[in-house]
Write a protein of this length. Structure first.
Lengths: 278, 299
């Protein structure tokens, strides 16, 4: 499989390591700029040349903590968690069934799911907005959970199928011949074998919902406003408080950074939504 | 084998029970909205005029208006420019980065993870990051330009540079994606190929063009297609950096549809714009599926 790990190793030369290091610093510098700004006082932010060493302050984080920001953080957390749970509960058994499906219509169904995943969010926003306005789900966490499930459920089904494909069917057949029901085989033999896949799918679902800006911008106002929308509101309504904006941005990206480092191996398969193996 | 027949029947019943809830939910939260979008696109629906939601007297009026709407035509052109340059830079730079990092070293393997950061950041945080870089008062970029005596225009409000500013931010955000895809492909190239070529006296450039490049071409194409599909969704960058401006220089179709529906309240017309966009995405998706199958068939 991985030829690069063959018997002959090509160690990185010192020159290459230097080039890699410089590239990394240049590439990450915009990101690091945001991070350091969140720890600077407002006077320091405007000071150029920027001081290399300064006394970090937590004043922006503290003022965020006192405002409405924590509530929006909780909204983000709740809508992302519930939609992840819903998508896994529905999608994992469906992915298993699809993986073992031999009948016709598998490809058509797979394509329909892929399109759901690829569709630009605006396609769903207009119908959801009108429908929510009608039944009163605008500006509720429930409303967000439903919308997020519309892209997380296809993601789970697509992502979990290859995991189920790798479980040898001889294992299941042996248990079935011994008289176990398909349900028991699924719950007690197959599921434990794909546990890493479920964990990866769960984290990706959470991240996609957490990262959403567009749906929350349109479908929420104040009660269910999520953290990404709240950060942008600092810009519009509270003047240009750069320190606070940087601190808010840093808080929004913190869970994402931690989680994605945990699932980096699955990032590609999740992003390509299973259309490409590997 | 009557036992197997029984097992098969039981399995079919289980499959149905496992699939049904997902299919029903998908129909409700994805199928119905799609149908509703098509229906609304056939009406002149405006939020201020509720009766217009069911007015089907001129069903194709919205679609007939589209070709003569200069803002819509312009938005397609802006989208094409953004997608073309963005995808091109992402594929080329991502490939170069993958070649650079395709080496055996624990340090490099550890460093790879950090190259992925831009891609996993919430898109709105990426937009904030570039907003900071593009705002003259607080930007190290403008400070550096000042040191070098370069008079830099305000990038995001300049007719000439606004789209470029978005392309730069978009490339920064998604370069790790192509990097990751190409790196995975590079790791499947058997060492023997390049070793044999080395023995035969080939140099590094020749190895790249005759062995590596043909090997990774399919993955380059597939990454490009995926980025092409996703580039249609570019919203936070446009929303936060330029707001579609100056004028409509950076107004992509997605953003125009958003303005139509939620600023101008032209729900019906916006739905028609969205449907056209959706059809374009489906066409590209079909291409991806087709290429994926062909690749599987070749392997």
């Amino acid at each position: 499989m991985s030829g690069g790990e063959g018997p002959i190793r090509r160690p990185a030369s010192a020159r290459r390591l230097v080039v890699i290091g410089v590239t990394l610093v240049v590439l990450l510098s915009p990101f690091l700029w945001l991070l350091q700004m969140s720890f600077k006082s407002n006077e320091l932010i405007l000071q150029f040349p920027p001081p290399l060493i300064f006394t970090p302050t937590l004043q922006h984080y503290a003022s965020l903590w006192q405002g409405a920001f924590p509530a929006s953080f909780v909204n983000s957390l709740m809508s992302a968690s519930f939609s992840t749970a819903l998508a896994l509960g529905l999608g994992v058994p469906a992915a298993y069934a699809l993986s073992r499906w031999t009948g016709r219509g598998k490809h058509a169904l797979g394509f329909a799911i892929l399109v759901t995943r690829m569709a630009p969010p605006i396609a769903f926003t207009i119908p959801f907005f009108l429908f929510y306005r009608w039944i009163g789900l605008l500006d509720t966490v429930t409303g967000l959970v439903l919308v997020y499930t519309s892209f997380n459920l296809p993601l789970v089904i697509w992502m979990m199928q290859p995991f189920f494909d790798t479980v040898p069917s001889s294992l299941e057949e042996a248990a079935l011949v011994d008289g176990a029901s398909t349900r028991v085989v699924f719950l007690e033999i197959v599921l434990p074998m794909v546990a890493p896949g479920i964990a990866a799918a769960a984290i990706l679902c959470f991240l996609y919902a957490w990262n959403d800006f567009f749906f929350a911008l349109i479908l929420t106002r104040t009660n269910a406003r999520t953290a990404p929308v709240a950060v942008v509101n600092f810009m519009n309504y509270e003047g240009w408080e750069w320190g606070k904006i940087a601190a808010g941005g840093s808080l929004v990206m913190a869970p994402v950074l931690i989680f994605s480092l945990a699932v980096r191996r699955y990032l590609v398969s999740g992003l390509t939504a299973g259309a490409v193996k590997g | 084998m009557s036992g197997n027949g029984f097992i098969d029947a039981e399995r079919r019943r289980f499959n149905l029970i496992a699939l049904a809830p997902s299919l029903i939910v998908l129909f409700l939260i994805a199928g119905l909205p799609a149908i509703y979008l098509v229906v609304t696109s056939l009406t002149p629906f405006q939020l201020v005029n509720p009766g217009s939601a069911t007015d089907f007297s001129a069903p194709f009026r919205n679609y007939r208006l589209l070709p003569d709407d200069p803002r819509f035509v312009n938005s397609l052109w802006v989208q094409a420019k953004l997608s073309f340059w963005g995808v091109l830079f992402q594929v080329v730079l991502g490939m170069l980065l993958a070649l650079l990092l395709h080496t055996q070293s624990r340090v490099v393997e550890f460093a790879r993870t950090f190259f992925l950061i831009p891609m996993v950041l919430p898109p709105i945080v990426v937009a904030i990051i570039w907003k900071l870089i593009y705002t003259p008062d607080i930007s190290p970029l403008y400070y550096a330009a000042g040191l070098l005596n370069i008079a830099m225009p305000s990038l995001t409000s300049s007719v000439n540079f606004a789209l470029t500013a978005i392309i730069i931010a978009d490339t920064w955000e998604w370069l790790p994606f192509t990097f990751l895809m190409v790196l995975a492909a590079l790791q499947t190239i058997p060492d023997e190929f390049s070793e044999a070529a080395l023995v035969d006296g080939a140099n590094r450039v020749q190895i790249f063009f005759y062995i590596t490049l043909p090997f990774i071409t399919p993955i380059l194409l597939i990454s490009a297609m995926f980025r092409l599909i996703d580039s249609v969704k570019a919203f936070p960058l446009v929303f936060l950096l330029t707001g579609g401006g100056p004028g409509s220089v950076t107004e992509v179709t997605n953003y125009y549809a958003y303005l139509l529906a939620f600023d101008f309240n032209e729900i019906g017309y916006s739905s028609a714009v969205t449907i056209v966009m959706l059809l374009l995405v489906v066409a590209v998706s079909l291409g991806v599926v087709w290429m994926g199958r062909r690749r599987e068939a070749m392997a």
